[in-house]
Design a protein around this ligand. Structure first.
Ligand code: FHN
Length: 431
């Protein structure tokens, strides 16, 4: 049972978000002009690139190899069940033919909308579709310059802000969110990113609910797509009138399940394959096979979802490193997905070096230090006391004659993990 199920929507009433704990595993995709720079999606900020100089990426945006069917196939084969694509990231560039800006893919050499083909391709592969929409916009002329803006150190930044009115930008956001939530069918997730009300810099304030006009924006979202899951980074009043759908820790796996106002909440951790959200040609921190699988297992064992990010190249492709990582997920999920989909925390305590995920009376023991010599299992309401795993799971010697394993449903992946499925007998059954 998704304990956070009742967080948004009336308690106990299916609110159309029940798919979330069933799916458990999604793909994040960061794609925009920054892919041409190939060195991080914040490159415009980090290098304080002027609008004039950043325009060269706009004038050369032409992902000629963009094939969302190929993206969708690789996501499905990796075992991913939903997808969230950056319709607009902080740079302000829009992947669809928005009526409210000229800063969009249809005005580049590529000349086409990317989102229609994206939603069609991923739906055809059976995935639910979401959009990431940046609250931050470094291109919009009414977005006040602040401490994270590429012009933050411009000598005239304060003067330039005098002609900027964030109310016009808040209206622009409502107009664009309306386009996204009415022009592409049912959208399962909208991932607003991010609010920073307490980050003042050189007398320029950060931005939060008042700048976004958040209450109006969230009301619009709820009206247009009643079943949509909204990320928690849109700053909203905490008076209880605006329940959060989703907590979104990122780039670390929480030690305990996140809560909001002390209440359990649906949550999803997002990670990168490489350390960078946007395509980074030279980024050297690609996760190995064991890390990839363990992040997924650790997250589900704690009751969360994993949104794993891919940053496509400027030509619109997943590069070989990304495809290798996705294939690692696919190989493991082909035999272990039933320990992930619809599974969650176990009622039992996992031995050191292992994690439990549980679904009904099926317990999944994930041995995270494979090859694992032995593990002591107790308190499962069953007779298993001690088990010795030899070179591979076909040689399990349960030192308790009554013990049994239903199946060795997984294979160790690289230095990853082995997963076993145990039937869980209720304690009162075991003498
Ligand atoms: O600034 C963004 C970043 O570029 C990326 O989109 C991540 C994804 O969670 N969110 C913000 C940083 O937290």
């Amino acid at each position: 049972m998704d304990s956070a199920h009742t967080i948004s929507g009336s308690a106990g009433v299916a609110d159309g978000k029940a798919w979330f704990p069933q799916d458990r595993f999604g793909m994040f995709i960061h794609f925009g002009l920054y892919a041409l720079a190939a060195r991080h999606e914040w490159v415009q900020h980090r290098e304080e690139i002027s609008p004039e100089n950043y325009r060269k990426y706009f004038e050369n945006f032409d992902p000629d190899l963009y094939d969302p069917k190929e993206w969708a196939r690789r996501a499905r084969e990796a075992g991913m069940k939903y997808v969230v694509l950056t319709a607009k990231h902080h740079e302000g560039f829009c992947l669809w033919d928005s009526k409210f800006t000229d800063y969009k893919a249809t005005n580049t050499p590529y000349g086409k909308d990317l989102l229609t083909a994206y939603v069609e391709a991923f739906r055809a592969e059976g995935l639910k579709v979401g959009f990431y929409y940046s609250l931050i916009d470094w291109h919009h002329p009414q977005f006040p310059i602040d401490g994270i803006h590429p012009l933050r150190n411009h000598p005239d930044a304060i003067e330039m802000n005098k002609s900027r009115d964030v109310r016009h930008y808040a209206e622009y956001m409502r107009n664009q969110v309306t386009e996204l939530l009415t022009g592409f069918g049912e959208i399962s997730v909208i991932w607003f990113d991010f609010s920073y009300p307490n980050r003042e810099y050189r007398g320029m304030p950060g931005k939060g609910r008042n700048d976004w006009e958040s209450e109006e924006l969230i009301g619009l979202v709820r009206k247009l797509q009643p079943n949509i899951i909204v990320g928690d980074r849109l700053d909203l009043p905490t008076d209880g009138n605006f329940p959060k759908d989703l907590a979104t820790p990122e780039q670390y796996t929480p030690r305990v399940a996140p809560t909001i106002n002390g209440q359990p909440v649906r949550w999803e951790v997002c990670h990168t394959l490489s350390g960078s959200w946007g395509y980074h040609r030279d980024e050297g921190t690609w996760k190995d096979e064991g890390q990839l699988i363990n992040i997924l297992v650790d997250t589900v064992a704690l009751g969360g979802n994993l949104l794993m990010n891919v940053g496509p190249t400027a030509r619109g492709t997943f590069d070989a490193r990304a495809n290798k990582a996705l294939a690692t997920y696919g190989e493991w999920m082909d035999v272990n997905s039933r320990s992930i989909y619809g599974a969650g925390p176990s009622e039992f305590k996992a031995p050191n070096g292992t994690k439990f995920t549980q679904k009904g009376n099926r317990l999944y023991l994930h041995l995270q230090n494979w090859p694992f010599r032995h593990v002591h299992i107790e308190g499962l309401g069953r007779k298993v006391k001690y088990a010795q795993f030899l070179h591979d799971a076909s040689e399990i010697h349960w030192l308790d004659p009554d013990a049994e394993v239903d199946s060795n449903i997984g294979v160790a992946v690289g230095d990853g993990i082995l997963t076993l499925e145990l039937p869980v007998l209720k304690p009162d059954v075991v003498s």
